[in-house]
Ligand binder design. Sequence first.
Ligand code: KG4
Ligand code: ZN
Length: 337
Amino acid sequence: MLVLGVESSCDETGVALYDTERGLVAHALHSQVAMHGEYGGVVPELASRDHIRRVLPLTHKVMDESVRTLTDLDGIAYTQGPGLAGALLVGAGMARALAYALGIPAVGVHHLEGHLLSPLISDTPPEFPFVALLVSGGHTQLMQVAGVGRYALLGETLDDAAGEAFDKTAQLLGLGYPGGPALAKLAASGDAARFSLPRPMLNSGDFDFSFSGLKTAVLTLVKKAGAGVAADIAAAFEAAAVDVLVGKSLAACAHVSARRLVVAGGVGANARLRDQLTREAARRGIEVFYPRLEFCTDNGAMIAFAGAQRLAAGVVGDDMGFPVRPRWELAALDAVG
Ligand code: KG4
Ligand code: ZN
């Protein structure tokens, strides 16, 4: 089964082609980061307009690279939510119209399900069940995953998402938007032990997170510490955030007796998180799976893959409508298969 995937929930337009027999065939991405950088964050109206400009050229690129034609497609998957309503409508409208013209099903995919299943786009995918740590710019959740669509929420952030905390801390240090990768780069040359920052809720006994206090602690530190210590502050922040993410993830695995942990979302690209988590998990006999680095942040491949799982399992595509769902709980999805 050959499925085209379209992602347009936020500031990246992603298109990809996934074959359930052969794996990922082709993928293309356009990031709007440079466009929004000028404003210090995503401007929704500009995001929608840029998705309109990019989505068809990217689709042509993917089809050309794949040496397949549109008539080879068996279905089209698009991000239905959560995300920016106007941005979602661009991908949804294009996908629905193309599916109608081709007489094939279109299926709306949950953006976080895309992230969550992205480590399965691999020659050595993890088997179900597993615990998933979802750490993106908008979400921080620990999920118990029994199969496609079988997700139970173990815990989530009570305030800022992990990626948001990286971005806001980066902003405090004057690193621009989105600051996560820049902060990680600066932290690599810093001394994480020079300043000590809190590990919020590390020992709260549940699987929830809170990152807004950490951001405030950084603000206080920035004001007090003066110039020339940005790298040390970045390293101290990263160490604190990673300690919490690692501690909570392993506690969640122990709680549900999971032997496999999957990490997904933009912060899953963080090298310190990957190193520390893999090391500490191995000590407890837990194997950790990550997406390819390029599939940590938003992309079309994860949407094509998640949509293909649903269509291959017999999920019927949507009818002629394409309602987007800017707010949508992952645990509300139907089980598949
Ligand atoms: O998954 P994603 O594209 O966003 C949402 O769907 O919300 O992830 C973007 C987030 C941003 O907050 C970005 O700063 C963060 O992931 N990020 C990182 C790194 N690379 C991206 N955070 C820490 N370290 C990184 N290397
Ligand atoms: Zn995302």
